[in-house]
Design a protein around this ligand. Sequence first.
Ligand SMILES: [Zn+2]
Length: 250
Amino acid sequence: MPENLIRGLGTSLCEWQSSRILARVPIISHRQLIPPGQRLVVVAPHPDDEILGCAGVLAGMCGRESELLMIAVTDGEASHPGSQEWPASRLCEQRPLESVNSLAQLGLDVAALKWQRLGAPDSQVAGQERQLCERLHALLRSTDRVLTTWRFDGHCDHEAVGRATARAAAVKGACLIEVPVWAWHWARPQDPRIPWRRARKLLLDEELLARKRRAIAAHVSQVTAQGSAAAVLTDEIIERLLQPFELVFL
Ligand SMILES: [Zn+2]
């Protein structure tokens, strides 16, 4: 997370729980969000964004695996710059495996899932945005629900993937769904930069939250501390992403 918006401890879970505007966001059901018969395409900048941003949406696809396409834009090889334990060559292999393991923790039949790994360079997706948009356009159908990270999420890759996906979906005529991931860190509880009018909440019950927690834990490289260095995903970050709902921007 190289961006300057993502620094310090960020907005705490407690602060979000006191947000009046967040409390008033209307609820949407999974059936409304991804109607039966429609394909869900998830475009993840890094292997873990699909879980951090939309584990509940994905879990709702259990039994509908044939209607799901996972697109991994990068392999997440830049998460540990300079690390001897996690060099880029190891992360390139490890992180896609973690994605598969975490989807299994959600209860999805991973053998039945379709994947596309695009192999874009982690932390430098913006440099290939046009090519990414073209590849996405070739993969999408006009009837798809296309879910990706919010175009203004505060991380360069999340924003580049968000922009490219939004453009590809618009040209194709597909329905776009954006999710915040790092915005939970830098945004404030009443933040006017958040598109509250577009926001809907998908509620997650206790059982689903337990599955999401296990799915996050499957990203071993991201949740494990490195000697004196903190994990990429600290306990505070994880707890903030385990609110009893997921926010989507329609
Ligand atoms: Zn990410």
